[in-house]
Design a protein around this ligand. Structure first.
Ligand SMILES: NC(=O)C1=CN([C@@H]2O[C@H](COP(=O)(O)OP(=O)(O)OC[C@H]3O[C@@H](n4cnc5c(N)ncnc54)[C@H](O)[C@@H]3O)[C@@H](O)[C@H]2O)C=CC1
Ligand SMILES: O=C(O)CCC(=O)C(=O)O
Length: 423
């Protein structure tokens, strides 16, 4: 992760953004103080029998930031840099994401400190099952519903569903979303976050009267969110000139062959862009990718990638945040001064949780939606949320991030206060 200072704390980012919106909304601090603190934080030590017979203990977390508007909802991350402040921030971003797109959830997030690329599939399966058993007392279809995030996928969600169901003694598909289709996963969920990024990119380009066809794009991160974003932006007629993953970036001025790159990455677990070879494709460093002279930049990797140390070098005219928290508060200010338009994470990457909501609705009602229906409903919610954020930002003269938080913070604070503090 790029950091400019030892002190970067993503949860401080959330607190300062929420306080700013709450003060613009003229709430008193007593109205919003509770929203600045996660409702519940669970830390677990997860013992796992490794393939060589040894036992390793992994640290894991599940944080429920808010359940004022509904059950907690949010992904589970497997990454070596997971820490409690990151999970708290990710959980809080979920609260405001669900609020800005107006789906009936609060926010939660989980994580395990581990490097999944160093674990075998069997070790990941044992880690997941034990972790699930340890967080089982606080999750459930009506309490807290996990989903995929960095380093986890549909298979991991399937193991969570199975472990939880075994503990309950019956099948509970609604405990987790992003499952394999065979286990009650929703058609369209695996592409939903990237599809939402594409819908948002088209919306912002149209709002700014910028063309779509041939528009240059750079995408940071080629995992679930980045690769689907790159694919759908490419299919929409844009020219994706740069992509990157943890190993480095690729650049081609005439546009990269995105389907070929995705095919290469999916051929074998562990394939990385640094080993990709094709005529006219140059290898670049991750920092260079972010600084490419493109119309659109989609950071879709991790937090704090655009920070006070590099924000001034960003040349893109528009940023659509596919990742959670890729831009620091300091960087936001610098980008604003440079006139760069940024569509914030809580709006731009909400496609995933929206289709997770559809998955949960299908699971608890035992019905199946077609992919076409899922995609239509997703577009309707994304378009409506974009319009609300665009309109309020225009009306109040704020950035789109502040506009999104004006809507989301009001919904969360009002729900919390309507429920009241008991006793
Ligand atoms: N999976 C989902 O449905 C959702 C994910 N997100 C967010 O999107 C971001 C990406 O998540 P996923 O795609 O699911 O994760 P993933 O694990 O599928 O992919 C992560 C990608 O980022 C790359 N990466 C890591 N460090 C990098 C660096 N320093 N520079 C360039 N690339 C780097 C990895 O190589 C990989 O290609 C995260 O911030 C996540 O919280 C947000 C909404 C939903
Ligand atoms: O699908 C979900 O429930 C949450 C996905 C997620 O973790 C996110 O939006 O950051």
């Amino acid at each position: 992760m790029c950091t400019t200072s030892e002190k970067y704390n993503p949860y401080d980012n959330v607190v300062s953004t929420v306080k700013h919106a709450a003060s613009l909304l003229q709430y008193d601090s007593s109205d919003y103080e509770a929203v600045l603190h996660p409702e519940r934080e669970l830390k677990v030590s997860v013992p796992v029998r490794m393939d060589d017979g040894s036992v390793r203990v992994f640290e894991g977390y599940r944080v429920q930031h808010s359940t004022s508007r509904g059950p907690a909802k949010g992904g589970i991350r497997y990454h070596q840099n997971v820490n409690i402040d990151e999970v708290k921030a990710l959980a809080a971003w979920m609260t405001f994401k669900c609020a800005v797109v107006n789906i009936p959830y609060g926010g939660g997030k989980g994580g395990i400190i581990c490097d999944p690329s160093e674990l075998s599939e069997a070790e990941i399966r044992r880690l997941t099952r034990r972790f699930t058993a340890m967080i089982a007392p606080i999750i459930g279809p009506e309490q807290d519903i996990p989903a995929p995030d960095v380093g986890t996928n549909a298979n991991v969600m399937g193991w969570i569903m199975d472990t939880y169901s075994m503990l309950k003694g019956h099948c509970v598909p609604g405990v987790v979303t992003g499952k394999p289709l065979e286990l009650g996963g929703a058609l369209g969920r695996s592409e939903a976050t990237g599809r939402g990024v594409m819908i948002t990119a088209l919306n912002i380009l149209r709002a700014l009267h910028l063309p779509i066809s041939g528009t240059t794009v750079a995408v940071q991160g080629m995992g679930n969110v980045g690769s689907v974003s790159a694919k759908l932006l490419h299919m929409a007629g844009m020219k994706v000139v740069g992509v990157s993953d943890v190993s480095g970036g690729l650049y081609c001025a005439d546009g990269l062959d995105i389907p070929n790159i995705i095919q290469y990455l999916s051929e074998k677990r562990g394939n990385l862009l640094k080993d990709y070879k094709k005529e006219n494709v140059v290898h670049i460093a991750n920092e260079e990718l972010l600084e490419l002279d493109t119309v659109l930049l989609v950071p879709a990797a991790l937090e704090n990638q655009i920070h006070a140390g590099n924000a001034d070098k960003i040349q893109a005219k528009v940023i659509v945040e596919g990742a959670n928290g890729p831009t620091s508060v300091e960087a936001d200010e610098i980008l604003k001064k440079k006139g760069i338009i940024l569509v914030p994470d809580i709006l731009a990457n909400a496609g995933g949780v929206i289709v997770s909501y559809f998955e949960w609705v299908q699971n608890i009602q035992s019905v199946n939606w077609s992919e076409e229906h899922v995609n239509e409903q997703l577009k309707e919610i994304m378009d409506q949320a974009f319009k609300s954020v665009w309109d309020i930002s225009q009306e109040k003269g704020t950035t789109l991030r502040t506009g999104a938080y004006l809507i989301a913070v009001k919904r969360v604070i009002d729900a919390k206060n309507l429920r009241g503090i008991w006793p």
